[in-house]
Design a binder for this molecule. Structure first.
Ligand SMILES: NC(=O)c1ccc[n+]([C@@H]2O[C@H](COP(=O)([O-])OP(=O)(O)OC[C@H]3O[C@@H](n4cnc5c(N)ncnc54)[C@H](O)[C@@H]3O)[C@@H](O)[C@H]2O)c1
Ligand SMILES: O=c1ccn([C@@H]2O[C@H](COP(=O)(O)OP(=O)(O)O[C@H]3OC[C@](O)(CO)[C@H]3O)[C@@H](O)[C@H]2O)c(=O)[nH]1
Length: 386
């Protein structure tokens, strides 16, 4: 760790980071990176620490004096301001961010992504502390191209679909499509942070993750999450593969996504943390434009990869179609396509993702199989016995 320098060759000084939502998917990987490769200290705030237990215990771990867990619900805990004051930098990851919640729990979604983030922004601004806030690629909503006729040649023109931080509009559906409650709340908190920067000098960076995936993402229903819960697509498809049931394609699986390996994305966040002069005042897309697939293609690839890593044959009927109304309920809608423009992050942080979709699925599904296959087998044999 000695002799670490930033992108401009200056030595990196150890800092204290207040990480809110540190116990989640991204938070757990970021804590792991900070503990194993940097001298920084983390005040880890979350309502749960299941995903970072391996970093907190035993007390003999090499970094034990650099990570503290604070079980705090930021909705209603007066200790939050004190922790932000103690830190040099606050990173806010806390959010409800599973699409199944956006249309079924729109109030919780809006409160979590806007109202609950307000005090964090306020405390950072009032105390002159730097803030890295996690927004989302979903802020772009639908592409301009989605509104062109299906056979329009303009649909092939990147100007109609590549998503640029400083140029693309945010295109959401009507209010009754409550899917957009999340994107809209994220948009308003981005605007508030931007305004705090412009009017009160808040030093901020906004991150827009484009479908980061990897180990520890969400939960497997009935194993480490509610049986009726609907996690994001990686965990939904992993659950289907582990249970040897067909993968469900919502509305034909035609939507497109670019997936990035969590470990590549965490490299980008570390660059933001350690290069404030290059990151402050910027909004960054963080994704992998080379890993684009339709959801149907993702299902096909995951089926092949899972068969390779588990040694099990593929199902005769690997996928089934399901309507979004049946799967998510009333008010669901979708982003058609998400390709991040990389100009700003390339220029400011000289960062690019490395891992192909096949490779990232291979390491992730190896983890899923190792972690869950036995537990699922037991749960399934118990339910057939009853
Ligand atoms: N994973 C992605 O690809 C992705 C994509 C777009 C945006 N994001 C954003 O990145 C952030 C982190 O996402 P993630 O995938 O790690 O999600 P996650 O659900 O795994 O992590 C969020 C964490 O925040 C905690 N949290 C929520 N409300 C809290 C509260 N009131 N008080 C304390 N802790 C609270 C949760 O317990 C959870 O551990 C979110 O803001 C999300 O909107 C993630
Ligand atoms: O079993 C399933 C589950 C989902 N789908 C479809 O897959 C697409 C992707 O779904 P998901 O990963 O759940 O989420 P989104 O990409 O739509 O939204 C996320 O993007 C970033 C973030 O902000 C946080 O992670 C979140 O909002 C989608 O088309 C589903 O319909 C499926 O076919 N089968």
């Amino acid at each position: 760790m000695a002799g670490r320098v930033d992108l401009d060759g200056n030595p990196i000084k150890p800092i204290t980071i207040c990480m809110i939502g540190a116990g989640g998917f991204i938070g757990s990987h970021l804590c792991e990176k900070l503990m194993s490769e940097t001298p920084h200290k983390v005040l880890a705030v979350d309502v749960s620490n299941d995903k970072i237990k391996h970093l907190l215990e035993p007390a003999t771990l090499a970094w034990a004096d650099r990570i503290e867990f604070h079980r705090i619900n930021i909705k209603n805990d007066s200790r939050l301001e004190g922790l932000i004051k103690m830190a040099d930098l606050t990173i806010n990851l806390a959010a409800i961010c599973t699409p199944a919640d956006y249309n079924t729990r729109p109030l919780d979604t809006i409160y979590s992504n806007f109202i609950d983030a307000l005090p964090v922004v306020k405390y950072c601004s009032e105390n002159g502390k730097r803030l890295i806030h996690f927004s989302t690629c979903e802020i772009y909503g639908k592409t301009i191209g989605a509104f062109l006729p299906k056979d329009s040649p303009l649909r092939q023109d990147p100007a109609y679909y590549v998503l640029k931080e400083d140029a693309s509009p945010c295109i959401f559906g009507p209010i009754e499509k409550q899917r957009w409650s999340y994107a809209c709340a994220k948009q308003l908190i981005e605007r508030l942070i931007y305004a705090e920067g412009a009017e009160n000098g808040l030093e901020f960076t906004i991150v827009r993750p484009f479908n980061w995936i990897g180990p520890r993402m969400d939960f497997i229903p009935g194993i480490d999450g509610p049986s009726e819960g609907v996690p994001r697509v990686l965990a939904c498809f992993s659950n289907n593969l582990l249970r040897r049931e067909p993968l469900k394609l919502v509305d034909g699986g035609e939507s497109q996504r670019t997936f990035i390996y969590i470990k590549d994305a965490i490299e980008a966040v570390l660059l933001m943390i350690e290069n404030p002069a290059r990151a402050n005042g910027h909004i960054f897309n963080v994704g992998n434009p080379n890993n684009e697939v339709t959801v149907r293609q993702l299902a096909e690839m995951m089926t092949k990869v899972y068969s390779k890593v588990s040694g099990e044959s593929s199902l005769e009927t690997p996928t089934i179609d399901v309507s979004s109304k049946e799967f998510y309920g009333e008010g669901y809608d979708d982003s058609d396509k998400r390709i991040p423009d990389m100009t700003i992050i390339n220029k400011q942080l000289a960062w690019n993702p490395k891992t192909s979709l096949w490779d990232l699925l291979e390491s992730t599904l190896t983890y899923q199989h190792r972690t869950y296959a036995e537990a699922i087998k037991q749960a399934m044999s118990k339910s057939t016995a009853n």
